[in-house]
Design a protein around this ligand. Sequence first.
Ligand code: C2O
Ligand code: CU
Ligand code: CU
Length: 475
Amino acid sequence: AEEMAIAHHGRPMVGDVAQFVAPDLPLPAGQPLQSLPRLPLTTAPDGTLQGQLIAAPHTRQLLAGKDTLFWAYNGQLPGPLIDVAAGSTLDLHFENRLPQPSTIHWHGLPVPADQDGLPQDAVAPGGQRRYRFTLPADFSGTCWYHPHPHHHTAEQVFRGLAGAFIIRQPNDPLAHLPEHHLLISDLRLDADARIPANTAADWLDGREGQFVLVNGQLRPQLHVAPGSLLRLRIWNATSARQLRLALPGASWYQVGTDGGLIERPQSLQQLHLAPAERAEVVVRLPATPSSPYTLQALPYARGKMVGREQTQSLPLMQLVPHGQAVVTPALPELLRQISPLPAPVREQRVLMAEKAADGPVPVQFLINGRSHDPERIDLYSVQGETEQWEIINGSDMDHPFHIHGAQFQLVSRIRDGEETPEPWLAWRDTVNLTHAERVKLRIRQDLPGLRMFHCHILEHETLGMMGNLMVKAAG
Ligand code: C2O
Ligand code: CU
Ligand code: CU
């Protein structure tokens, strides 16, 4: 009854929804895809990998004669790639040269709660700290990092702060394939090539830009040999854009999710990546290709929304056949084995919904009927105990649910009263819920401490669609 009362209230209009028209600026496009810059790491005598991340204002000229002021890690857009083996210990020195408090949150990584860049652990402007953690030997994945301070997460990410973080398992069955990284982000520029603040409509629907970039580039090109098998890791690092990806003409297979490889390659038509979600895919190009293959984002309706929907396919990048055809071996049938999490000892329930409100943003974004309060614990778990969480979207739009501290296994999705079991096992930390959808997932937090769970539309998270989970130490 509670959820029925909140759900389907009808989405209010915001004055500037229809007025958002971004200028069509001649950004350079079609250049060769650049690989993500790597974070230099030095190895201490005890094997600890040490590095440094500095968040600071950074100016670029994307358009001749016009400065665009970004906020960047180490002056790089996207931030530097951290690429380490499972089991690594990292010691990362962070300096905040932004005019706001900031943190670094290690999205998807099972790091101790006090190293996870929580809003409660912010680094003041001009301040610094170290993030130290050891990754579990059995953890691998395609993760990322971004700021997570109170009230400023959305802005710090849309101004440029985000980077990729890969954790590799030994004996990776796809290690022989050429690998490329595609970090997808949104950029909005005004007519003077400045990054404008959020409008009220952005706070409602989530911010999108007129440019969707891959590794910071507009529609880059990647040259590939005909017949090749390519491994791609793809990040949706946008604030709010649902990416329904297609690659017409080539065959492609999903081989991994947020938390590493799945058991068997899954042939893909489309790949849906919600904000913050990642995937690993393998692309097979025909031996006699005709023309370039365009990775594109298909139109997607994010619920019963007003205005601003992407209505046309958006080209993101091209794979351009180039050179001699190569013969590549078949994909392995079994990539790894994933054990299903055991029967849960506890159930938790999370309702994501909106409520009409007075103010420039005419709704409040709530979890279990409440707006985020950093001082309030919303749910309790116990370290090492498997739980089943039911997440309910009681709103008129999509909300991607994300939880810190552990990867989960989706059990089923429920739509119109019909429950569909997940067809294959996978480790994830983010799952999209379309409007009026529910999902069941199993999760086990292996480390004690404070964790957040929230909508990963960063505007919704920033406005309070976030809860605190306290994981009590076992025993
Ligand atoms: Cu990437 Cu709390 O999130
Ligand atoms: Cu996270
Ligand atoms: Cu949301």
